[in-house]
Write a protein that binds this ligand. Sequence first.
Ligand code: 5AD
Ligand code: SF4
Length: 490
Amino acid sequence: MDAQSLDFHPTSLYLGAVLHLNPGSMKPPRKLHIKSYGCQMNVYDAQRMVDTLAPEGFVETASAEDADLVILNTCHIREKASEKVYSELGRLRVAKDEAAREGRTMQIAVAGCVAQAEGEEIVRRAPVVDVVVGPQSYHHLPELLKRAGDEGRAIETEFPAEDKFGFLAQPKPDAIRARGISAFVTVQEGCDKFCTFCVVPYTRGAEVSRPVAKILDDVKRLADNGVRELTLIGQNVNAYHGEGPDGKSWPLGKLLERLAQVPGIARLRYSTSHPRDVDDSLIAAHRDLDSLMPFVHLPVQSGSDRILAAMNRKHTADDYRRVIDRFRTARQGIAFSSDFIVGFPGETEQDFRATLALVAQIGYAAAYSFKYSARPGTPAADMQETVSPAEMDQRLERLQELIDSQQSAFNKAAIGTTVDVLFERAARNAGQIVGRTAYLQPAHVIASADIVGQILPVRIGSLERYSLLGELVTQHPAHAPALSPIATGA
Ligand code: 5AD
Ligand code: SF4
C-alpha cells in the first residue's frame, strides 16, 4: 500500500502517560496498555481506541504487566508482522496468570488487521484472548469488553453498515495536547485496487472517504489545541473523494487546499498514495500550497512492467516516471520515498535489474523494501514462487544498498544549508530540542523548550546516522554553544 507508508516497520507505542479521565464519569480507573504494530493508520486507530475507552475509566499505562486491559493492535501485511502477535500473546499469557494469582483480572484484546483476517482462529491458537475486534468495530469496544466479561469471550470482525468514523470518540483537549504538535487524521479508509500481493482490500475493506465537513471539524479541534502539522492518512489516500460542503465530490488536492486555510496549521502531509490516483488537483496543490510539504511517499513496488502487470498495479514503470516528472515540474525541491517488493513470483534477475534501474533514475530520499511474503487469500498466494529465499535475501541486500546510498547522499546534501525545522519536543539529550525538516529528517538544536511548535530556520552543521545537527540561525553563531555528537533518538 501504498497503505502502510513511511514508517511501516513494526512499532509499539505508548501513547502518553495522560489521564484521559472523563470528569463526569464515576467509573473507577482501570489501566490500559496498547501496543501497535504496522502502519500509521494503526497508530491513529490506537489513539481512537484510547479515546473511546476513556469514558469507561481507562487510563494508559506503559507496562502490560499491571494493566487491566491489554490491546494488541496488529498488522497482517507480511507473515513476519502477523506472527509477532502470537509470540506477544505467549508472553501475555504469563502476565495474565500472574495477575490472576494476585487476584486481578486482565483482559486481552486483539485488534487490527490480524483480528480482521483471522477472527476465531486467534482464540483457537491463543485461548488467552478475551476479545477479537476488527478495525471497523472499535467503537463497539466497551460493549465487547463487557460481553467478554459476562460470556467469557467476544469476537467482532464484521464490516458494519454504520459509519465507524461517526461513532468513534474524539480526543479531549488534554489528550490532543499530550500527543504533541503533529497529528494524523484519517480521511479515507480501505482500498479497491486489489494488488495481487496485498491483504488490505480484505482486511480494511472497500474504499470509503470521510466528508470534508467532518474532517474540517477534527482539524479545527486539533489546531485549537496546538497541532501545527497534519498528516492525512488513508490506505490509498489520494483516491480520496469525500463529499464537499457544496455537495460535490472533492479530490484530495481540493481538501488539502481547504485545510491549508485552517489557522494554526503550518504543515500538511498525506500518506499513502497510489501512482494511478495522482490527479491534476494534487499536482496543483503541490504547486500552490506552501504548507504542503514537498515530500511524497509514492510506492511503485517494482520497476519491471511484467511484474507490475502480475501485481495488478495497473501502471507501467514509464507511467510512474511521468507521474514523478509532473510533481517535479510543479514543485521545486520535491523529494520522494517509495516501497518495493523483491522476489515476487516470476521475478527474474532481469526484472529485478529493472527495479534497480528505476531507483537509480528516480533518486529517492528514502525507501522501504520488503521480501515478498505470500498472504493467504490473495491472488498472488496461488502463484508459483520462483525466487529462492537466498536469492530474495541477495536482491533485498542489493536494493537496500542502493537505497541507503541515495538516502545518505540526500541527507548529506543538507549539511551547510539552512532549512526550516518544525520543532516537536525535547530530545533525549539534555538541552536539545528535536524537530523535523520538510523531508521528515530529524534535526537537533540546542535551544530552550519554548521553540516547540515553531518553524525556525536551522543551519545544518553535520549528520549523525539519520539525524541532522545544527543551530538556530536566529542565534549568533559565534556565541551559540557547539553541538556535540549525540545519541539521536528522534
Ligand atoms: N509481501 C511483501 N511486502 C508487501 N507489502 C504489501 N504486501 C506485501 C506482501 N505480501 C509491502 C508493499 C507495501 C508495503 C506497505 O508493504 O511494498 O507498499
Ligand atoms: Fe496499496 Fe495495492 Fe494494497 Fe491497495 S491493494 S493498499 S494500492 S498495495
